[in-house]
Write a protein that binds this ligand. Structure first.
Ligand SMILES: CC(C)(COP(=O)(O)OP(=O)(O)OC[C@H]1O[C@@H](n2cnc3c(N)ncnc32)[C@H](O)[C@@H]1OP(=O)(O)O)[C@@H](O)C(=O)NCCC(=O)NCCS
Length: 119
């Protein structure tokens, strides 16, 4: 059925955990998880680690929301921002779903919530 909500997902990530992984593994980790467009989008940000952690949480939330549908890798998912700052999701694979996404982050944690709708 069209426009049916097919799943919801939520995830929380500790900023310190992401920061220590990146300090340890650097580029290897970043390139395993994120696409170039995503890294460029946040590279000059003051809240670099918070925003990376939030995008990691967003990908996990989307994977949860789509778990009944199709297995997805973290890099199949792109998290970007609209001009007004709102986050949105694009897929590297062709998927007939729309994702509604919300992100929040503070010094210690990043949280993301995703709702998946059949297109
Ligand atoms: C957009 C807004 C809700 C963000 O809230 P915040 O508490 O500053 O920040 P949070 O950490 O909770 O959320 C940040 C995330 O919100 C998302 N966001 C930003 N602008 C958004 C928008 N227009 N719509 C939806 N989400 C948005 C982004 O994903 C951002 O994270 P990112 O930059 O890493 O992608 C807030 O700045 C705002 O405009 N509030 C309106 C009320 C207001 O004007 N308050 C100030 C006067 S008291």
């Amino acid at each position: 059925m069209d426009n049916m909500i097919i799943g919801v997902g939520i995830d929380i990530v500790k900023i310190e955990k992401i920061k220590s992984i990146i300090e340890r593994l650097g580029k290897d980790f970043l390139e395993r998880v994120f696409n170039q467009e995503e890294l460029e989008n946040i590279s000059k940000s003051k809240m670099y680690y918070q925003r990376l952690a939030a995008r990691f949480a967003a990908k996990e939330a989307i994977i949860k929301a789509l778990s009944k549908k199709k297995p997805l890798a973290l890099k199949d998912i792109l998290i970007l921002n609209k001009e007004n700052g709102a986050p949105y999701c694009e897929f590297k694979k062709k998927l007939d779903v729309e994702i509604f996404l919300s992100i929040t982050h503070i010094e210690e944690y990043a949280i993301a919530c995703a709702i998946a709708q059949q297109k």
